[in-house]
Design a protein around this ligand. Structure first.
Ligand SMILES: [Zn+2]
Length: 239
C-alpha cells in the first residue's frame, strides 16, 4: 500500500507495520496496536464521508489516518484548485469588477489580467506562509529539540490541510455582501487545520504548532502588504 511499510496508530501515534491482516481464507482482521490495545486505524473500515466529517472537526485521529496511513497525493492539484478559487474571490471583490453583468462588457474582459495578478499574489502569499512555517519548525525541531524533520511530509500536510479553502466555492457561487466575512472565517478554519496537521506530523505540543502557524500568518501578511505597496507605487509612477 505504501513505499515505506510504516503506518501509525491513529490513537497513540505508535508505529505499526500493518493496518490489517489478510488470512488466506478471505478473512480480514484489523491490526490491534500493541501500545494502546485499540485498532491501529479504525478509519480503514469507515466511509470516506465520515473521514471527511472527522477531518472537518479537526480530529487528530482523522488527520493521522489521512497523513500517515493513506497515499493521498492530490496536494499539488488541490493547492492549484484552491488558489484559483481564492484568486476569483479576490478578483470579484475588486472595485469595478462586478458593475456590469453584461457578457459583452469589454471592461470586464480587459480586467482579466487582474485575475492572473490575484492568482500570482495568492500563490506568493501561500509560498511565504509555507516557507516561513517550514523554516521556523526547522529551527525549533532540528536545532533546539534535536529531532529529525521530514520536509516533504510536512509540506504535503500543510497543503492538504488547506482543503478548507474549497469552502470559498460557495462564496464564489453565491456572491453576496458577506464575502469578506466568509473569507475571514474560512481563513480561521484553514489555519486551525494547518496547526492540527503540524501537530500530528511532528507529534508536538499545540503551542508549537500554533506558534508556527502564527509565524506563517505574519510572513503571509507582510508579503501581502509589500505587494500592495509595490502595486501602489507602480500605479503612482504610471499616472
Ligand atoms: Zn496505539
Amino acid at each position: 500500500m505504501m513505499d515505506k511499510n510504516v503506518f501509525r496508530c491513529v490513537e497513540c501515534n505508535e508505529q505499526a507495520t500493518e493496518l490489517h491482516r489478510d488470512y488466506s481464507n478471505g478473512i480480514l482482521t484489523i491490526t490491534i496496536c500493541g501500545s494502546c490495545q485499540k485498532p491501529v486505524d479504525k478509519y480503514i473500515e469507515y466511509d470516506p464521508v465520515i473521514i471527511l466529517i472527522d477531518a472537518l472537526l479537526c480530529k487528530t485521529q482523522a488527520f493521522r489516518h489521512i497523513l500517515f496511513n493513506t497515499t493521498l497525493n492530490i496536494h499539488w492539484k488541490l493547492c492549484v484548485f484552491c488558489l484559483l478559487c481564492e484568486a476569483y474571490l479576490r478578483w470579484s471583490l475588486l472595485p469595478g469588477s462586478e458593475q456590469s453583468r453584461d457578457p459583452a462588457d469589454i471592461i470586464r474582459y480587459t480586467k482579466e489580467w487582474e485575475f492572473y495578478g490575484m492568482f500570482g499574489l495568492a500563490a506568493l502569499e501561500l509560498a511565504a506562509f509555507c516557507t516561513s512555517v517550514l523554516l521556523f519548525l526547522w529551527l525549533v525541531v532540528v536545532h533546539v529539540q534535536h529531532r529529525s524533520l521530514d520536509f516533504s511530509l510536512l509540506l504535503r500536510a500543510l497543503l492538504l490541510s488547506c482543503y478548507g479553502k474549497v469552502l470559498v466555492i460557495p462564496a464564489v457561487i453565491w456572491e453576496h455582501d458577506y464575502s469578506p466575512l466568509c473569507l475571514s472565517l474560512i481563513k480561521l478554519f484553514v489555519l486551525t487545520s494547518n496547526s492540527q496537521a503540524i501537530r500530528v506530523i511532528l507529534n508536538s505540543s499545540r503551542r508549537l504548532s500554533l506558534t508556527a502557524v502564527c509565524v506563517g500568518l505574519l510572513s503571509e501578511t507582510c508579503t501581502a502588504q509589500v505587494c500592495r505597496r509595490l502595486q501602489q507605487s507602480v500605479q503612482d509612477m504610471l499616472t
